[in-house]
Ligand binder design. Sequence first.
Ligand SMILES: [Zn+2]
Length: 175
Amino acid sequence: MISRCPNCGYSLRGLPEEYLCPECGFSYDVNCVVFAEPRNAWKGLAVLNSVILLAFAARGVLRGWSEADSLSILPFGVMMLGWLWHLSRPPKRIVISSQEIVLLKTNQERQTIAMSLVGDAHWSWTTGDIHLYGMDGEEMVTIERRFLASNARAKRAVAEIESRSRKRCQQTVSG
Ligand SMILES: [Zn+2]
């Protein structure tokens, strides 16, 4: 069960279970599963970078600032800007609902695959990518590894896709 919009984070409390996000118009379903690119490792490195930066700056101030201090601080300052730029961008996400699979690459760029077209999903242990096949067995879409960052998460995503397409098949048979 999700409580926030998978696209913009707007609170969905008190809203219908399947609707459009009032903030960004993203079509949600409270039972969808969201896989967001994990960033804790990046955040840790950014913190380490700022500690080194501050240590160099403190040393420079204490012994009277020289050109050597400016030179030693410069690369860490440049790296810090890189970390901040990377962390300020929204993480890549996959939203899996019973209706569709949505790949959110950035807030603007997205790819939607209707669940009714998905026959099967496979995870490749060599590349770490997920391959989606249509009802005819032809490959439709490749979800690149960078969306999931780890093999364990990719396998969980495949299981979620399979359970939803299987559920749909059972409903078709019983209906
Ligand atoms: Zn939204």
